[in-house]
Design a protein around this ligand. Structure first.
Ligand SMILES: CC(=O)CC(=O)SCCNC(=O)CCNC(=O)[C@H](O)C(C)(C)COP(=O)(O)OP(=O)(O)OC[C@H]1O[C@@H](n2cnc3c(N)ncnc32)[C@H](O)[C@@H]1OP(=O)(O)O
Ligand SMILES: NC(=O)C1=CN([C@@H]2O[C@H](COP(=O)(O)OP(=O)(O)OC[C@H]3O[C@@H](n4cnc5c(N)ncnc54)[C@H](OP(=O)(O)O)[C@@H]3O)[C@@H](O)[C@H]2O)C=CC1
Length: 281
């Protein structure tokens, strides 16, 4: 395993590319347009420069890490990689299209992983002719800081593929947790209903957004209040995850809050779009 391709250069894809390059892998960072990859590379440069400023990394190391990342706008670049980690938007149609194409392009030995936060790995795998080599590799945001990676076994995922991904996860300094393929896995099955409930609390006028966040920050020692965290994750992603839980379990307890839907329809996607529950400069 030497070459990794990351698909999607958004907040997750750029973080994944960064930690893989820091661990010594050659990384191809792919997005639909050159400007999106440039934006992702800009975030990586900023993160690494901060480490140089703090004396945690030398300027030479920074150059070496950046030198390991190649920009790409063509899925054909998957023909020379050993592992693909897909981090495009949380949408099943988009993901199955990407995986079907990758299956045609990537060499036989290549493992195809998805950073999906909730969608069934088994269904993504079924879009390929190599379901045994398809697996979930769910990083947490912000990737350079958070230690956890949920590794999700699809129905057909081979044991040796799981083992390889567990080894890579450890090599990049993360802690793997093994999870079976059910909607939302573990992380978002627990986190997202809490966030959705915080949005209902705001929607029903129980308290102001600042006070809801303060309750969870000061009362439960959460590093961020749930509404700030929702903005940080992306409200579109939060809604996709709630819909996956709602449809996947058929249980009304997972119904997404109408206020969340309204914000997403308005394009208020949180920090990444400049406005969500809060306004960002
Ligand atoms: C939706 C899903 O599918 C799954 C998910 O990811 S759910 C989201 C999971 N993530 C969380 O719950 C995050 C909760 N928030 C936190 O843990 C913290 O607020 C935080 C780590 C984001 C920031 O921590 P903080 O102490 O307030 O800020 P700060 O002191 O500025 O940063 C701490 C360190 O993180 C780094 N950091 C902060 N934000 C960063 C970012 N976006 N990218 C890279 N590094 C970052 C800082 O550089 C700093 O590094 P050093 O220790 O090397 O100096
Ligand atoms: N946000 C979070 O906290 C977490 C998110 N995830 C998961 O990671 C994935 C990405 O989320 P996140 O990084 O937050 O989202 P972002 O919106 O920040 O980034 C997604 C990126 O993928 C690009 N993209 C869309 N379609 C394609 C495609 N067909 N080929 C290549 N690139 C494409 C988007 O381009 P464009 O801008 O044109 O749409 C965008 O640059 C999702 O599956 C999400 O559920 C997992 C853990 C945590």
């Amino acid at each position: 395993m030497e070459r990794i391709m990351v698909i999607g250069a958004g907040q997750m894809g750029s973080g994944i590319a960064q930690v893989c390059a820091q661990a010594g892998y050659e990384v191809t960072l792919n997005d639909l347009k050159a400007e999106f990859v440039e934006r992702g590379l800009g975030v990586i440069k900023k993160n690494l420069s901060r480490q140089v400023d703090k004396g945690k990394m030398t300027a030479e190391e920074l150059d070496k890490v950046l030198g390991r990342i190649t920009a790409s706008n063509d899925l054909q670049d998957a023909k020379s990689v050993d592992l693909v980690i897909e981090a495009a938007v949380e949408n099943m149609d988009i993901k199955t299209k990407i995986f079907a194409q990758l299956d045609e392009i990537a060499p036989e030995h290549t493992i195809l992983a998805s950073n999906t936060s909730s969608l069934p790995i088994t269904e993504i795998a079924a879009a390929t002719n190599r379901p045994e080599k398809v697996i979930g590799m769910h990083f947490m945001n912000p990737v350079p800081v958070m230690k956890l990676v949920e590794i999700i076994r699809g129905l057909a995922t081979a044991d040796e593929v799981y083992q390889t991904i567990e080894d890579i996860t450890e090599k990049i300094g993360k802690v793997p947790v093994e999870v079976n393929d059910f909607p939302g896995f573990v992380a978002n099955r627990i986190l997202m209903p809490m966030i959705n409930e915080a949005i209902y609390t705001l929607y029903e006028g129980v308290a102001s957004k600042e006070d809801i966040d303060s309750v969870m920050k000061l009362g439960m020692n959460h590093p961020m209040g749930p509404l700030t965290l929702a903005d940080f994750i992306g409200l579109d992603t939060c809604l996709y995850i709630m819909e996956t839980l709602y449809e996947g379990f058929g249980d009304p307890k997972y119904r997404p809050c109408p206020l969340l839907r309204k914000y997403v329809k308005a394009g208020w996607l949180g920090k990444k779009s400049g406005r969500g529950f809060y306004v960002y400069e």
